[in-house]
Design a protein around this ligand. Structure first.
Ligand SMILES: Nc1ncnc2c1ncn2[C@@H]1O[C@H](COP(=O)(O)OP(=O)(O)OP(=O)(O)O)[C@@H](O)[C@H]1O
Ligand SMILES: [Mg+2]
Length: 221
């Protein structure tokens, strides 16, 4: 199963959600979980060193000139049951439509979580991530309950199957407003929690996932 996490505004919490969800799924599923970084921050968010060597960006540049198992060879271990496919060096991640998605869908019984970064009509988005964000069985928009974000989400190139709401105290809009504007269910609601930000800053997400994050994401995929 492939789960994509994406946003329409920078700094929404997408990378933290992708990392935490991958850790939650890795604990739950014996077949293992792969987390794929199309945006560039995942190893830092997980608190692991950037893996050396080429990553998915170089794989995309080489297109079909590589053997079928080439993508699998770029993975590195992160935690029990969890591997990382890092973005690595390379320019814009441009793939044939669906090529990367097909490779990820072919990953046997494993759960695959992809950080697709920010998608939007006028962002310098990673174009290869749009087919992945759109074609994943579970496509999660990570957003604040914010009018400006919702305006962008309505015009986004992808329709989510679910929404991860990163909530802040005092917002006028709530989950019902978000669901009715976007026509998709809120599958997880996270509070903005200084403890989460501190865990990320200290590089402790993979080793000590904050309980509120793992609880909130249990039903997301
Ligand atoms: N639930 C949370 N509570 C508190 N802080 C959070 C939470 N989620 C994310 N953050 C913090 O917010 C900042 C942005 O998070 P993150 O990098 O996940 O967002 P992003 O949408 O991936 O951003 P970018 O657009 O740069 O890719 C980070 O400093 C992170 O630690
Ligand atoms: Mg990010």
């Amino acid at each position: 199963m492939v789960v994509s996490c994406w946003s329409v505004k920078g700094g929404s919490g997408t990378t933290v959600v992708a990392a935490a969800l991958a850790l939650v799924l890795a604990r739950r599923h014996d077949a293992g979980t792969l987390v794929v970084d199309l945006a560039g921050d995942l190893s830092a968010a997980l608190g692991v060193p950037d893996p050396p060597g080429p990553g998915v960006a170089r794989w995309a540049e080489a297109r079909g000139d590589l053997p079928a198992d080439a993508l699998g060879r770029l993975e590195s271990p992160v935690a029990d049951g969890l591997s990382l496919l890092h973005r690595g060096e390379g320019g814009a991640l441009v793939t044939e439509a669906g090529e990367l998605l097909s490779a990820l869908l072919a990953m046997d019984d494993r759960r695959v979580v992809v950080d697709c970064g920010t998608l939007g009509p006028d962002d310098g988005h990673v174009s290869g991530s749009i087919p992945v964000a759109a074609g994943a069985e579970v496509s999660l928009l990570v957003t604040r309950p914010c009018y400006l974000a919702l305006r962008r989400a309505v015009a986004a190139p992808v329709t989510p199957t679910g929404i991860v709401l990163v909530d802040e105290p005092g917002r006028a809009l709530d989950r019902t407003d978000v669901e009715s504007v976007l026509g998709a269910p809120v599958v997880a609601e996270l509070r903005l929690d200084p403890g989460v930000a501190r865990a990320v800053d200290a590089g402790l997400l993979a080793s000590r996932l904050p309980r509120q994050l793992s609880r909130a994401l249990q039903g997301a995929a």
